[in-house]
Design a binder for this molecule. Sequence first.
Ligand code: SAH
Length: 237
Amino acid sequence: MTWRAAVLTIFPEAFPGPLGVSLVGKALASGLWSLDVIDIRAYATDRHRSVDDTPAGGGPGMVMRADVLARAIDAAADGRPRLLMSPRGVPLTQKKVEALAREPGVLVVCGRFEGVDERVIEARGLEEVSIGDYVLAGGEVASMVLLEACVRLLPGVMGCAESGREESFSEGLLEYPQYTRPQEFEGRPIPAVLTSGDHRRIAAFRRAEAERLTRERRPDLWAAYLARSGAKGATKE
Ligand code: SAH
């Protein structure tokens, strides 16, 4: 079954962009997912095809009009979750990505200017989603981040090499370090355990390294991991 994405944007020429390359692009070409790019400007009714206007109450910049955006949404909306990319949104996590990948698809609105008239967010039940605590110029790149993260989880997209693998966040830990040939690089050998052929020791090494990296780099994830799996015997410091 095809996972159906619709993107609403005033820059349709930005798509598919990076979503058209590599495995995600091949999956698009082969119909594992579809991308419907909707030009919000096509739903403007005035002579100048304007999609934005000055903010009520004053202040800098422009705001995307509720009426134009609502028409664009209504033309595309079906049962899919309706999202608005927004720095005010709930942070995008792997858990959220997994949930969205299980849906029949998503409808994603890309904001521009200072943002979107609040009334269309309410009236069309848009869920605001943020890709991080920084401000982009528009929602297009953010929507690509969300879509790429979802599509790579769809059955058949990544192939068996990737699918069953433990990845960053899959268990609340960052991924262990990876190595490949050459055996020695600028005086640094591959850790001996990885070439020992002893699968139990390799698994234990990787687990310990994943725990070490998470402890060092992401105290927030580490605390949550300890709270959940303290009983399972995580190596506390
Ligand atoms: N004035 C707004 C920022 C507008 S940025 C504020 O302070 O909250 C313009 C558009 O870029 C937004 O409407 C949103 O669609 C997109 N955008 C910017 N940063 C983003 C982020 N961190 N995550 C998701 N979308 C973002």
